[in-house]
Design a protein around this ligand. Structure first.
Ligand SMILES: Cc1cc2nc3c(=O)[nH]c(=O)nc-3n(C[C@H](O)[C@H](O)[C@H](O)COP(=O)(O)OP(=O)(O)OC[C@H]3O[C@@H](n4cnc5c(N)ncnc54)[C@H](O)[C@@H]3O)c2cc1C
Ligand code: SF4
Length: 851
């Protein structure tokens, strides 16, 4: 790969130069994209991995493929190939890469053992699995030796070939070089969720034949044995330095051709780049440093002075179906380094930041299960974080300050492209799409992990220049959420797999997976915890509760219009008492209980459901609450029955999944006690009917709702709300609230009024029908879950006995109730009921003393 980079660099930097270059490659193919080798299994087409072919069409470049260099004669300045071809050189560049190492063990010569490095390797592996499956008449059992990044890719490849996969790793965790203990443990859970068996702390010791002489089992160092029909080794690489060694060039202690910062070997006429080069005793196993070396050599050939810098060793797992990435000092070994981590074993997420001793400078990060923050944080390595680290890695991850990256921050480390280069690609070289930025800067073209950061930079520069920004949902879907919504609806797609197959690429990301989940939920394509959908959901939807600070959950039943019966209140209170939960009235005039463990949620909901409560969707991007005043029924000023209208609207739109959460307000007169104009949909009674306001709320940027229609009767009001909400659900971007949606919509509020009130687009019937469908198909998510044992199993991850108390939880008595314990609290109790009893006692004593 680095040889290709060198040729491409020379051509682009010296397009008219009088140089000539001969590239000699051992493999029978043109140089290809090894980083994406596993993608061969998608199309089984080597052409799909081709690197820019233009370089080989250049008359100054000669490619000799399938003929290895056998020797290098430095005195005569000539290389001789295996076939006897001789090529004279002025300067020679070694870019011979590495070979995949196999351990010395009995039986490694048996048929059925493979390495995972080249196109030939994967082609042979696929053929072997196919033949073995046919011969054995059952699924092939595979073992991957080595649980690093490539080992996991190989295990995923085995699964794609229809084989079972077991990963055997000598270290105590997967990806032990890139992940710390916590990250490695989380990755193990995720990998096992994919159906791959993981055996850590054990090495492959001996390979034994089956009856027909092919590999049949592998004996591990812990004495156990695994039956296997195919073995893939991924235990490390070794630099291919034989030619250099035999030519008398200096070789590093651990192998590799020794080079200095100019990438020259001990012979100034011979250069070495990529994995075969040893820099400060280290041969890098990633493409980023190799590319940088190629750039250095090009620069030097053209008379420059560029030097090779060791890049940071950030890594991202790819093509496996789970997310893991890290950069910098993952094990916090820097002097005084501090670690801040967030562990969420239920949703399989782990985030850790490593910071300097004053908690300001970012030294490293580990992300498993959800790597959305990786691309944003990696360019900040060695720079101030600019935010509270705990807030940055909090469940919603919204704490990262939206500060501009300095020009010199490296965004794409594979190709060493900084933020300034990306910016000038937009401002000076006219790039308008992420594809153009990639082409122009080479950023994002290798492992792809920086694409979200590139997109952010591109959009910021385009906005600054007043250019309309691309509306692609993410790198996997080149269309807006609105277009995707329409396609999913029109084509009746039911699962993420179907959606991605029809309109996307790859396996999705933290942006598109929950978006598709939300679209499928809006269209009522199954329960949120049904099949594949469950895995796509945002954290809170996943368990139908809000994850709180100490890892417990909130329970918020729906109370339409803020109304609740006394018998319901009694049961609510009894539940809170029995489980020792903290109770409060929410800002959305509902009652909430905090502090429930995951395993307690079903029992709590069983009791609440029995007295008529249902899910309040306080966890979802959906209708939250309809705030109301008491209205005409009780208030002497009221001109309409605001409570009845609020109940009607809340029951109509309950459970509607939308791009962001939605709140309503209904006031019984112009005094506006329900503060309806601060809501997404605000309804204020008039003497003639109702005024309808839309686009209030706005989150961090508060917005007042604006008048859409006046003096509506009940039925017309509901029809207009149906149309408005459905249009928002269908058109808005992911996480776009109603306020910016209305403001940014072409034509603004006036055009929206024409569509909703005058039906200028002729879509009113369709919008109303879609809403009617929602109303017809609504089912209470908690009620459905309680009736389904398979869904209930998700709620017993750690504790099988409902009465057992999680030792990691601690509660502190406060104001007659409980709260999560903070560091430094003198007394804390693992059982919230005990903490609550102590709090009650203290409250009674205080009362007595006051008397
Ligand atoms: C499955 C897989 C996934 C990977 N994923 C990533 C990733 O996500 N991120 C990342 O940064 N890196 C990744 N890598 C590593 C990356 O591919 C390498 O770092 C990169 O290819 C190194 O480039 P190179 O030019 O040094 O070596 P290579 O790309 O290996 O090229 C060296 C070439 O030299 C040939 N050769 C060797 N000896 C001779 C000889 N005597 N004569 C002629 N030719 C010879 C070899 O056959 C080979 O074709 C991955 C590697 C694999 C195998
Ligand atoms: S908004 Fe009007 S009707 Fe409602 S409580 Fe206030 S004064 Fe009474």
């Amino acid at each position: 790969m680095t040889a290709h980079r060198l040729v491409a660099g020379l051509r682009s930097r010296d397009p008219e130069g009088g140089w000539s270059l001969t590239v000699i490659g051992d493999e029978p193919h043109e140089p290809y994209d090894r980083v994406h080798l596993s993608e061969w299994f998608d199309a089984r087409d080597a052409q799909a991995l081709a690197l820019d072919r233009g370089v080989w069409d250049d008359p100054r470049v000669t490619l000799v493929a399938g003929d290895a260099v056998a020797s290098l004669d430095r005195t005569a300045s000539v290389v001789t190939t295996r076939s006897g071809r001789q090529v004279h050189y002025d300067r020679a560049v070694l870019a011979t890469g590495s070979w995949a190492w196999t351990p010395r063990a009995e039986g490694t010569d048996l048929p059925g053992l493979f390495t995972y490095r080249t196109l030939d390797d994967v082609e042979r592996l696929a053929e072997w699995v196919r033949l073995r499956e046919r011969a054995l008449g059952r699924a092939v059992r595979g073992v991957v030796v080595g649980g690093g990044v490539l080992g996991l890719e190989a295990a995923a490849a085995l699964q794609r070939l229809g084989a079972e996969a077991t990963v055997v790793e000598f270290a105590d965790r997967l990806m032990s070089v890139q992940l710390d203990q916590g990250g490695g443990e989380m990755l193990r859970l995720l990998i096992e969720d994919l159906g791959v068996t993981v055996r850590t702390g054990a090495g492959a010791h001996r390979f034994l034949p089956a009856g027909d002489g092919s590999v049949g089992s592998v004996e591990l160092t812990d004495g156990s044995a695994l039956p296997t029909d195919v073995v893939v080794f991924s235990v490390g690489i070794r630099p291919r330095d034989r030619v250099a060694r035999e030519a008398g060039l200096a070789i590093g202690e651990r192998g590799g051709v020794v080079v200095g910062e100019a990438c020259q070997t001990s012979d100034p006429g011979v250069w070495a780049i990529g994995e075969c080069a040893s820099v400060d005793g280290v041969c890098a196993g990633l493409v980023a440093p190799g590319n940088d070396m190629a750039d250095v050599v090009v620069d030097r050939f053209l008379g420059g002075e560029r030097v090779h810098r060791r890049a940071d060793d950030g890594t991202k797992l790819k093509g496996v179906g789970v997310e893991a990435a890290s950069f910098g000092d993952v094990n916090a070994v820097s002097a005084g380094a501090l670690e801040v981590s967030f562990v969420d074993p239920i949703h399989r997420r782990f985030r850790k930041l490593v910071l300097s001793d004053d908690a300001t400078t970012l030294l490293g990060g580990v992300f498993v299960g959800d790597i959305e923050l990786y691309s944003a944080l990696r360019p900040l390595l060695g720079r101030p974080l600019g935010a509270d680290p705990a807030a940055v890695i909090a469940p919603d991850g919204e704490g990262l300050a939206d500060t501009e990256l300095p020009d010199e921050a490296v965004v794409c480390s594979c190709n060493n492209v900084d933020a300034g280069t990306v910016r000038s690609a937009v401002t000076e070289r006219g790039c308008r799409t992420i594809g153009q930025v990639k082409e122009c800067t080479t950023a994002g073209t290798v492992c792809g992990s920086c694409v979200p950061a590139l997109t952010k930079l591109l959009n910021a520069e385009l906005s600054r220049a007043g250019v309309t920004v691309s509306d692609a949902l993410c790198e996997h879907f080149a269309m807006s959420r609105a277009t995707l919504y329409r396609l999913v609806r029109e084509e009746g797609l039911r699962t993420f797999t179907e959606v991605v197959a029809a309109h996307g690429t790859g396996r999705g990301c933290a942006v598109c997976r929950p978006t598709v989940a939300s679209i499928l939920s809006t269209l009522r394509r199954g329960h949120v915890l049904e099949g594949e959908q469950a895995a796509l959901q945002d954290t809170n939807d996943h368990v139908m509760a809000n994850l709180q600070k100490n890892g417990t959950y909130s329970v918020i039943p729906r109370m339409p219009g803020g109304e609740v019966r006394a018998d319901q209140l009694l049961e609510f209170a009894k539940v809170a008492d029995d489980f020792g939960l903290y109770v409060r009235v929410t800002g959305g005039q509902r009652l909430a209980m905090f502090g429930a463990r995951l395993d307690q949620l079903p029992e709590i909901w069983r009791r609440l459901t029995a007295v008529g409560f249902e899910s309040g969707h306080a966890y979802g991007k959906s209708l939250r609450t309809v705030k109301t005043c008491v209205g005409r029924t009780w208030c002497r000023f009221g001109v309409q029955d605001s409570s009845a209208m609020a109940v009607r609207l809340e029951l109509r739109y309950r459970g509607l999944r939308s791009p962001h959460k939605i709140k309503f307000g209904v006031s019984g007169c112009a005094r506006e006690c329900a503060e309806a104009r601060g809501k997404d949909v605000g309804i204020i009674a008039t003497h003639k009917g109702w005024n309808l306001y839309v686009g209030g709320n706005g989150g961090a940027q508060p917005a007042h709702a604006q008048l859409l229609a006046e003096d509506l009767d009940d039925e017309t009001l509901v029809r207009y709300v149906d149309r408005f909400l459905m249009l928002y659900v269908q058109e808005a971007d992911r996480l776009q609230r109603t306020a910016p949606w209305v403001a940014e919509r072409a034509g603004g509020l006036d055009e929206l009024r024409r569509v909703v009130v005058e039906d200028s687009l002729g879509i009113a019937d369709q919008l109303e029908a879609a809403m009617a469908e929602h109303v017809r198909d609504y089912e209470d998510e908690w009620g459905a879950t309680l009736a389904d044992p398979a869904k209930l199993r998700k709620f017993t991850p750690f504790v099988n006995a409902p009465e057992a108390v999680d030792g990691d939880l601690a509660f502190v008595p406060e104001r007659g109730q409980v709260r999560p314990a903070d560091e430094g609290d003198a007394v804390a109790y693992p059982d919230p009921r005990v903490a609550r009893d102590v709090a009650l006692l203290a409250a009674r004593v205080e009362l007595e003393e006051a008397r």
